[in-house]
Write a protein of this length. Structure first.
Length: 395
């Protein structure tokens, strides 16, 4: 019979499932369950298999609407597609939340260093999963990513980190077969401009920080290992992770021989003051780390919390741990060291990275220019005008 609304309404459920076929569109039918649920479908052959693809239920669709959709699906079948298989694959397609978990497990934990692993995990946990976690991977659009990126526009650095993590995730989603090649939804989205923070401690601020570190250690507010870690950061210009995860086996008589850092293997000279700090620390047989935390056989797990306490006590609320590295660079340049030498001390692999400190060399350069000019000025006659020429107005 032709499946019409009146005829379908007249069908009563039976003890078992019943199928009713439409005589107008071959392969288009209605399935009626024992509980009375009426569902439109199409039936077709795919290879040697007979398959069925659901169209929708009576009520949400009229028979004419269902027939039109069925005709379109059968047209896809004639073109070689398999609607039922496509729907099955879509049903099994993981969500962005599952992609995040695989990304952390198979890429981040294998290829990135501990600090980067922590940073990636934080971005995924706090930003990506809450916003996109329930969406199927192929369904994420550029508009979805743009909306998330814009939500953090008041924090451009964080917004750009989210975009970077998402871009890498969706590149891997293509590699793993979750999305078609070349469909990364992060493509063409412009990153926000980031204002690089360059905070350097003055001599007075360094003295205040030194006093606070000594006082915090003396009264037991901070452990000797935490205080020693910050002193080592000041004296070596190392990155925070390079000191936090430093092992005794990396310490030689004159250098810190780090096998794996952000820029690869590094050999960092140990100044005498740093050697004294290391010599003052106890070593425990079962803990390979220099700066030990509260967990047995582990390093200090978090330098951020004690740093926030210390900088508040020292009235340095705007100073980050990384600014100790900037301060090391500023003192080196102020002492007349070349940018090439400073780059070697900081472990930069590219000269452009060190160039961000180039303006700090203005002081020593200006001082040297004055010295040269003073030597040459003896051979020059003095200006006769009572005022410098640049202050006189010539009619």
């Amino acid at each position: 019979m032709k499946l019409t609304k009146s005829r379908i309404d007249a069908i009563k459920p039976c003890e078992s499932e019943r199928l009713y076929w439409d005589d107008e569109l071959k392969g288009f039918g209605l399935r009626v369950s024992p509980k009375g649920r009426k569902t439109f479908f199409i039936q077709y052959r795919s290879g040697k298999r007979t398959r069925r693809a659901k169209i929708g239920t009576m009520g949400s669709l009229t028979p004419d609407m269902a027939r039109l959709r069925g005709r379109a699906l059968l047209g896809e079948v004639a073109s070689g597609d398999d609607p039922a298989e496509a729907r099955r694959k879509r049903r099994l397609t993981p969500t962005v939340s599952a992609l995040c978990d695989r990304f952390l497990d198979e890429h981040v934990s294998v290829r990135l260093k501990p600090q980067s692993q922590y940073n990636y995990g934080q971005v995924i946990r706090d930003a990506i999963k809450p916003a996109l976690g329930l969406i199927k991977i192929p369904d994420v659009t550029r508009a979805d990513v743009t909306a998330l990126h814009q939500a953090y526009k008041d924090r451009p650095y964080q917004a750009n980190r989210i975009l970077s993590v998402l871009s890498k995730m969706f590149n891997l989603a293509e590699l793993w077969g979750y999305r078609a090649e070349g469909t990364n939804p992060c493509r063409l989205i412009q990153r926000f401009k980031e204002n690089k923070k360059e905070r350097f401690l003055s001599d007075d601020e360094l003295a205040r920080l030194s006093e606070t570190l000594a006082e915090s250690e003396a009264n037991g507010e901070e452990s000797a290992f935490v205080v020693a870690a910050f002193r080592m950061l000041i004296l070596t210009g190392c990155r925070s992770s390079e000191i936090q995860y430093l092992k005794w086996e990396y310490v030689s008589g004159t250098h810190l021989e780090l096998p794996d850092t952000k820029t690869g293997k590094r050999s960092i000279p140990l100044p005498d003051a740093a050697k004294e700090i290391l010599a003052s620390l106890p070593r425990f047989k079962n803990n390979p780390f220099v700066f030990q935390g509260t967990i047995p056989e582990q390093p200090v797990t978090d330098l951020g919390k004690p740093w926030r306490r210390i900088r508040k006590k020292a009235a340095l609320d705007d100073v980050r741990i990384h600014d100790l590295r900037h301060t090391y660079a500023s003192k080196a340049i102020a002492g007349g060291m070349s940018l090439v030498m400073v780059g070697q001390l900081l472990g930069h692999t590219q000269y452009q990275t060190t160039l961000r400190y180039a303006h700090l060399a203005d002081g020593p350069v200006c001082e040297a220019a004055n010295k040269v000019a003073n030597l040459l000025s003896n051979n020059l006659s003095k200006p006769r005008a009572p005022n410098p020429p640049y202050l006189r107005i010539v009619e």
